[in-house]
Ligand binder design. Structure first.
Ligand SMILES: *Cc1c(COP(=O)(O)O)cnc(C)c1O
Length: 476
């Protein structure tokens, strides 16, 4: 117990000891990622029960808490930062981003208002400009770091609503494909657009938005006196990795006077690679674009980003004044003017520090490698007897299912689910599936920066062996 019970400062030696212990444990953790099971035991109801406790009146020592975190609780999870994580949309976990969080937390400067930390806000502004340049957005673009893609979507729908509907929001209609991420529906609701004003546009055989159907739906809604205002298309869907026809949607939005939002939470960072830009033509024409640096830039969870082509719209959606805030005289980037939050963390530091440390070239190389690994894996998985490729990789994600002579769709769904479960039980890679138009599809998404050729090799081997085993039983 420190001599002064109200004193919250640790001594210099204690701070050093805690810091060193933390770094030691974290480096050990990173080095062991390769051998950690890719999916820890998440059947943890008992553990969670035991963890419940009232706030302690007296504090305890640091190291034992650190040990329990890293030895007992962290392992009871999906190893999302490990190399075998090919499920959902993988995240990252670059080590320097963790250091950025440590720095941001300890210096704890106020980056909500430019005046309070102008140089730090400038670094964040630089990082947003880098995203703008990578996505080939114009100079008037403004951006915002958010906690993730969902909150970026929310701010995008808000911009679209403010720009096109003003105060009359009830008649506004938003469109996305049947494969649209559910966070867009949530964002619409948060922005006051109710579910009965959100339309699901059919998709083609590659799960891309059918633009003719979209045009028909817009016409129908107009005839009914409603006010179409926003189309949300995807630069890579979560279910199958589909890239909507962004150029055609942009043309339609131009003709119809609608806001075009592109959900690039999964796929947009592939735009960094010049040779991959043709995978998503039209992306740079969007009115707004969601990016998820905690996916495609390999940062830890908690970093999303939004770009808005007409920065004045983003500002208009959020600018407000108060007697205790400084008067603004310029157009410099100022986080509270361009976003909904006032006090906030310093999300830009993670991005800024990592880009400075690695340089864009290494991100480009990593993204190109993930794409190449996915394309190669898909070719080999497609050649496995009994596997049907439902969605070849448009970016770095592919989806497939099992089929054998005489099988019914229900049997195929069951067998494909079993395939995913059996591969996961081998604990070398973790896959997930998705129900798409009534069919269960297994998916492989290569986006973790730690995934290299040997992990994809393990994935293909495990899939081929388990598929053969399941089919032997199924057709017996
Ligand atoms: C992950 C994802 C989202 C949601 O982003 P969060 O960062 O999880 O909030 C939206 N759309 C797509 C395509 C995604 O992959």
């Amino acid at each position: 117990m420190p001599p002064d019970p109200a004193g919250l400062e640790f001594t210099a030696d204690e701070m050093r000891r805690m810091g060193h212990a933390t770094v030691e444990r974290l480096v050990e953790h990173v080095l062991s990622l390769e051998t950690q099971p890719v999916r820890g035991d998440v059947d943890a109801a008992d553990l969670c029960c035991r963890l419940r406790e009232p706030a302690p009146e007296r504090g305890v020592a640091y190291e034992p808490l650190l040990d329990r975190l890293l030895d007992e609780w962290v392992p009871r999870s999906f190893t999302t930062s490990g190399p075998g994580y090919l499920a959902y949309i993988p995240g990252g976990g670059l080590y320097p981003a963790g250091l950025a969080d440590l720095i941001a937390g300890v210096v704890n400067r106020y980056t909500g208002v430019r005046l309070a930390a102008p140089a730090l806000v400038q670094l964040e502004s630089n990082a947003l400009d880098w995203l703008r340049d990578w996505m080939a957005f114009p100079a008037g673009t403004r951006g915002l770091f958010t906690t993730g893609g969902s909150m970026a979507h929310f701010n995008a729908v808000l911009c679209a609503r403010e720009r096109h509907l003003g105060a009359d929001i009830r008649a506004g209609v938003l469109y996305g494909s049947t494969q649209m991420h559910h966070s867009l529906g949530k964002s619409a609701r948060l922005a006051g657009i109710m579910p009965d004003r959100v339309r699901a546009v059919p998709v083609d055989e590659q799960f891309r938005m059918d633009v003719d159907a979209l045009a028909d739906m817009i016409a129908t809604d107009r005839r009914a006196g409603l006010r179409p205002f926003c189309v949300a298309s995807a630069a890579g869907t979560t279910n199958t990795g589909a890239v909507d026809p962004l150029d055609a949607v942009a043309d339609l939005c131009d003709r119809e006077g609608l806001w075009h939002h592109v959900d690039g939470a999964y796929g947009a960072f592939f735009h960094l690679c010049p040779e991959l830009r043709d995978l998503m033509p039209g992306l740079s024409r969007a009115d707004s674009l969601t990016l998820d640096p905690h996916k495609g830039l390999f940062l830890p969870y908690g970093t999303g980003a939004l770009l808005v082509r007409d920065g004045a719209v983003l500002r208009g959606a959020h600018e407000a004044t108060a007697g205790y805030l400084p008067a603004r005289t310029d157009d410099e980037y100022d986080p509270h003017v361009y976003g909904p939050e006032l006090s906030r963390g310093f999300p830009g530091l993670r991005v800024w520090l990592c880009v400075k440390l690695y340089g864009a070239g290494r991100f480009r190389a990593a993204l190109a490698e993930k794409r190449a690994l996915a394309v190669e894996a898909a070719a080999r998985v497609a050649a496995v007897p009994g596997i049907v490729m439902a969605a070849p990789p448009q970016v770095s994600l592919f989806a497939f299912h099992l089929r054998w002579p005489g099988s019914s769709p229900a049997e195929e769904n069951e067998a494909t689910e079993l395939l995913v479960e059996r591969v996961n039980l081998r604990k070398r890679v973790m896959l997930s599936g998705a129900v798409v138009e009534g069919r269960f599809l297994a998916r492989v998404c290569v986006l973790s920066f730690r995934t290299r050729a040997r992990h994809v090799e393990a994935c293909v081997t495990d899939l081929a062996e388990e598929a053969a085993d399941i089919l032997a039983t199924a057709s017996a």
